[in-house]
Design a protein around this ligand. Structure first.
Ligand code: EPU
Length: 434
C-alpha cells in the first residue's frame, strides 16, 4: 500500500476513532503472544530516513496509527512511503518540503522527531510546536537548545518553530533532564554536522541504542549510546537504512501485568528481558513469576498479588509508560501500594476511570496511594491516552461483568492488533463501532 496524501490518512483516522472495546472480565489468560516491534523505536528510525537520499527499508514495524501518521508526514516532505507486512519502504531521494503542520503534530507529538533530520538534510525546518497533551506540558526547549548550540537559528512564530542552519556544527550539549526524543533529535542532527557533538545527561532508553545502531549502519560515527554521554563525529553523508527494529518492551510489560492480574500463564515471544529489568523486578515483588524460555519470556500470575511501591524514572528505572498498567495491577493486590510518577506531571488520568470500576485510589502531588480491593466491576470507561487505555484493559480483564472502553483511537496509536492477541489467549473481547 503506498501513501502520499494526507487526505487518505485523515479519513482513516476518523474511522479508527469511532471504535470501542467491550471486554467481559474473569477469564484466566493462557497461551503465547508475539510481541510487535517497538513504536518508539520505529518512529525515530522513520524520521532518520530523511538523513539520506535513496531507498530505505525498515522491518518489524508495527501496524499502528502513529506509523501511518509519520509515513504520511514524510510523504508530505516528498518521500515515497509504503507499508507492507510490517515492513516500511521510504524513498527519500527527493525531499522538497520542510514543514510539519499543526494538523499532523497535534495528532502525534513524536512528529517533532523530524526537526533535527530536516535541518541536517535541508538546512531548514518549520515544525508546529506540539503544545501540552493528556499527560503533561511536555515542552521541547531542550531539543531547541541543542540545535541552537549546534549553530541553528531558532525562531518561534505563530505556534511554529523555524530552525535554520546552512551547516550544523558539533557542540557540547547538556540536558537538564534526560529527554528521549530530545536525545534522538540531536543525535540524528549531529550525524551530518561538522565536527564532534557531545550529548551529556543523554537519555539511555533501549530505543536510543537502537537508533544509534541504525545510524551507525548508515555510516554515522556514534559512541556511548545507552550511557549518559554520547559522542557523535559528523560525517559528510549517510547511506540508506536496511534495519530491523527492537521488540516493544512496553507491550511486553503490559502482557506481563495481564498474566499477573488474570492469574494467567502467558509466553511472550520476541522480547528482550534486559530491556525490562526494572519492570520484571517489581512484578516479581508482586508475586508474578517471569522466567526465560526458548525465544522469549513466560509470565505466570499468582492467585493473590502482593502490594508493591514504585516510582517512575528515566531508563534503567521503572518506565512511566508502565505506570498506569502497574497501577491497575496493584488495584487488586492484598494491601496498599504507593506509586509515584516522576516524569510527567499529569499522568494519572486513568485513576478516575479505575475508580469507576471500584478501585480505591487517592492521589496527591504526583503520588497515588492504591488500596487493593477484592473485586473490580465492569463499567463504561473513557480512554484518555495510550498507556491509560492499556491500564483500563488490564483492569477490565479482571473485573466482574462487562467493561466498555470508549475512544480507543489512543490505543490504536500504540498496540498492534491488541484485541486479536488477547482473544487468542482466551480473553472475551470484541471491537464495535460506537
Ligand atoms: N522535557 C523537558 N524539555 C524538553 C524535553 C523534555 O522539560 O525539551 C521533560 C518532559 O516534560 C518530561 C521529561 O523531560 O518531564 C522526559 O520527557 P521526554 O522528552 O523523555 O519524553 P518524550 O521524548 O516526549 C518519549 C516517549 C514517551 C515516553 C517518554 C518517557 C517517544 C515517541 N515517546 O517521549 O512515550 O513516555 O519518552 O519515557 O519515544 C508512549 O509511548 O505512550 C509515550 C508517551
Amino acid at each position: 500500500m503506498i501513501w502520499n496524501t494526507g487526505r487518505i490518512f485523515n479519513i482513516l483516522f476518523w474511522e479508527v476513532s469511532l471504535d470501542k472495546l467491550i471486554i467481559k472480565g474473569g477469564n484466566r489468560l493462557t497461551g503465547t503472544v508475539e510481541i510487535s516491534g517497538a513504536k518508539n523505536a520505529a518512529l525515530p528510525l522513520m524520521a532518520a530516513s530523511l538523513l539520506a537520499a535513496g531507498e530505505h527499508a525498515l522491518h518489524r514495524i508495527p501496524d499502528l496509527k502513529d506509523i501511518t501518521t509519520m509515513g504520511a508526514m514524510l510523504a508530505d516532505f516528498g518521500a515515497v512511503y509504503a507499508f507492507d507486512k510490517n515492513s516500511v519502504s521510504l524513498d527519500c531521494s527527493s525531499i522538497t518540503h520542510h514543514e510539519a503542520p499543526y494538523e499532523r503534530v497535534s495528532t502525534m507529538r513524536a512528529s517533532v522527531l523530524v526537526l533535527g533530520p530536516l535541518v541536517a538534510r535541508l538546512g531548514k525546518a518549520k515544525v508546529s510546536l506540539p503544545g501540552g497533551c493528556a499527560i503533561g506540558a511536555r515542552p521541547i526547549n531542550l531539543h531547541l537548545m541543542g540545535l541552537e548550540k549546534m549553530g541553528a537559528t531558532i525562531e518561534l512564530e505563530s505556534g511554529y518553530v523555524l530552525a535554520e542552519a546552512r551547516k550544523l556544527k558539533g557542540a557540547s550539549i547538556y540536558f537538564d533532564t534526560p529527554t528521549v526524543t530530545g536525545t534522538e533529535n540531536i543525535m540524528m542532527a549531529a550525524t551530518l554536522a561538522e565536527g564532534t557533538t557531545l550529548i551529556e545527561n543523554a537519555a539511555r532508553e533501549p530505543e536510543i541504542v537502537d537508533l544509534a545502531n541504525a545510524l551507525i549502519s548508515m555510516g554515522a560515527r556514534i559512541t556511548g549510546a545507552g550511557e549518559s554521554i554520547i559522542e557523535i563525529d559528523g560525517v559528510s553523508s549517510l547511506k540508506p537504512l536496511d534495519y530491523t527494529i527492537i521488540p516493544d518492551r512496553i507491550e511486553a510489560g503490559t502482557f506481563m501485568t495481564i498474566a499477573g492480574i488474570t492469574n494467567g500463564d502467558i509466553t511472550l515471544r520476541n522480547c528482550i528481558s534486559e530491556h525490562l529489568d526494572a519492570v520484571i523486578n517489581k512484578l516479581a515483588d508482586s508475586g508474578i513469576t517471569v522466567d526465560p524460555v526458548e525465544g522469549g519470556l513466560r509470565a505466570i500470575g499468582p492467585s493473590q498479588l502482593n502490594p508493591v511501591n514504585t516510582r517512575t524514572m528515566p531508563y534503567p528505572g521503572f518506565p512511566t509508560d508502565m505506570q498506569a498498567q502497574f497501577m491497575a495491577l496493584m488495584s487488586v493486590a492484598v494491601g496498599t501500594s504507593v506509586i509515584s510518577e516522576k516524569i510527567f506531571e499529569n499522568r494519572f488520568m486513568h485513576v478516575a476511570e479505575l475508580r469507576r470500576m471500584g478501585a480505591d485510589i487517592t492521589t496527591e502531588d504526583g503520588t497515588a496511594t492504591v488500596r487493593g480491593v477484592r473485586t473490580l466491576t465492569g463499567a463504561p470507561l473513557m480512554a484518555t491516552d495510550l498507556r491509560a487505555s492499556a491500564s483500563l484493559i488490564v483492569a477490565a480483564l479482571r473485573a466482574e461483568g462487562e467493561t466498555e472502553i470508549h475512544r480507543i483511537y489512543h490505543l490504536d496509536r500504540g498496540y498492534e492488533h491488541i484485541e486479536e492477541k488477547l482473544a487468542k489467549i482466551g480473553a472475551d473481547i470484541r471491537r464495535e463501532r460506537e
